[in-house]
Structure formats: C-alpha cells, structure tokens
Design a protein. Structure first.
Length: 290
C-alpha cells in the first residue's frame, strides 16, 4: 500500500470518527432531555396519558453509546494522537468560553461571595466523595488493591456517618487518607490504549477519544445515576458544577498567549501526570555516561 493510499484510509477513518462523535453528541442530548422530563407526565382532563417513570430507554441509550464507542476502528485510536480536528475544536472551545463567561463564571463568583467558607469546604468534600467509587473501581482494574479498598472504605464511611460526604469522617476518625483520583480514561491508558485525537466537548472541555470512552464507563460508577429523585439529583449536580468552577476562579489569570493552545497543552500534561501516578519522565535526552 502506498503512502497516498494510507493517507486516504486514515482520512476516511477520521471522517467516520467525526460522524460517530456527532451521533454520540445527539444521543447524549436526548438522554439529558429524557432525564429532564422523567418522573413527569402529560395530563389531559386530569387523567395521566403518558408516563415514562419506569421506562428503560435511558438504559438502552447508554448501551448504544457504549457499544458504538467500543467498535470505533482501533487503528484510529492507535494512530491519530494530535489535534486533527483543530478547527472544530476551536469552535467548540469558543462556545464553551462564551457559556462560561455568561453563566458559569458569574454563578461561581456569586457562590463564592455568598457562601461561608465551611459550607464551601463541605460541598467540596461531597464532590470528592461522589468520585470515590469511580476511583475504587479503576484502582481495582489497574491492580491497585490497597487503594481500591481504601477508597471504598472512605466512600462507605463518609456517605454514612459523614452525612453524604459533607464531612471527611474517614480521615478524622479512622485516619484514612484520600486516594489519588482515578478514572476509566486512566485505566484504558494503563491497559495500553493510545489517547486518540484531541477533542473539545460541549460543556465539558478538553478531552480525547480514550477519555470520552472513559466518561461513558464512568457513568456506571457514579452514585448519583442510581438516585431515583431526579430533582434532587440534578440539584446536586448543579451545586457540584458551581463548586468546581468556583475553585478555578483566578486560574484563568495565569493563561498566556493563545488560550486554546495553552489549555490544550495543560490538559495533555495533567493527564500524563495522572496516568503516570505523578512520576515525571526524564525527557532531557542526556546520555547515561555524561
């Protein structure tokens, strides 16, 4: 096969990926739409004519998303590792920046200004507690049994006597230190799956094909997805989002030059740091006998 033929193959595969990514985005949108109207009914003449409370369509959508990602051509995952879709990514980046400027940042500033510091710390502790089961599952998948049991123990203790994670009783009483956060994207990296092309997701931000697949799997270990009260669940998610954005206030002041490139590079460095468990490779290229 000639170089031209190889380029053509990868070009077509990249377009297949873009089509799949668009399909996934549409499916995710409809899933959130269905979540928003779940536990609600259409009423005519005081009689309920439509109720989707016990429907299984959300489960089917998640299965469809998972299967489609799993059958994405492996050669695309293995070979395309740079910013092939920069034009599309920049457009999505500008959209996210606009949403943040108009909505998220003002809400976060108001939240930080009005909320007492102890309440902010309690919410931050709750957000961390929600990720404990994801960390525990991925520690197990990576062969880190000690961290798996520690993270599972922290979740059980803080969810019960820590009042849903608002208080870190696992550390205060049992001296259980927190475990470095793990996710399915990191696990796939440990298993040898390359990161694939860089992506900017709507309302999510920097990612790549491997981490997007990890996000889908991560929904299976998020305790909120198993909480039946939709209004309370969405309120917790909104509070978590505002809290996390509040912790980033002021960080944008250190961004220099092209914001898109700066954030892209920081994302790559952070993910590599997390995947390597904080071990930084010596990349200076010195000879051993120098």
């Amino acid at each position: 096969m000639s170089c031209t033929e190889i380029d053509t193959v990868f070009f077509s595969q990249q377009h297949i990926f873009l089509i799949k990514l668009f399909t996934h985005s549409v499916l995710i949108f409809f899933e959130f739409l269905l979540l928003a109207i779940s536990h609600n009914s259409v009423t005519i003449n005081s009689q309920i004519v439509f109720d989707i409370r016990n429907a299984n369509h959300l489960k089917n959508l998640r299965i469809m998303l998972f299967i489609t990602f799993m059958i994405t051509p492996v050669v695309v995952i293995a070979k395309v590792q740079d910013d092939k879709f920069e034009l599309l990514n920049r457009a999505m980046f500008n959209f996210n920046e606009t949403v943040d400027l108009l909505f998220l940042k003002p809400l976060a500033q108001l939240y930080v200004r009005l909320m007492p510091a102890p309440f902010e710390r309690a919410v931050g502790s709750m957000v961390e507690n929600l990720s404990e089961m994801t960390t525990a599952a991925n520690c197990g998948l990576q062969g880190k049994s000690r961290d798996m049991f520690r993270s599972s123990g922290r979740f059980l203790i803080n969810t019960s006597i820590g009042l849903g994670g608002f208080f870190d009783m696992a550390h205060a009483i049992f001296k259980l230190q927190s475990v470095p956060s793990e996710d399915f994207g990191q696990t796939l990296a440990v298993w040898g799956i390359a990161e694939g092309p860089y992506l900017v997701l709507p309302l999510v931000g920097p990612s790549n094909l491997r981490d997007v697949s990890g996000l889908m799997l991560g929904s299976l270990t998020n305790p909120l997805n198993f909480y039946s009260e939709v209004k309370a669940r969405n309120s917790i998610r909104a509070l978590s989002l505002v809290s996390m954005r509040g912790e980033l206030l002021g960080v944008e002041d250190i961004v220099t030059g092209d914001r898109y490139i700066f954030i892209r590079d920081v994302y790559h460095q952070k993910r590599k740091y997390l995947i390597m468990d904080g071990v930084v490779e010596d990349d200076f290229g010195f000879d051993d006998d120098y």
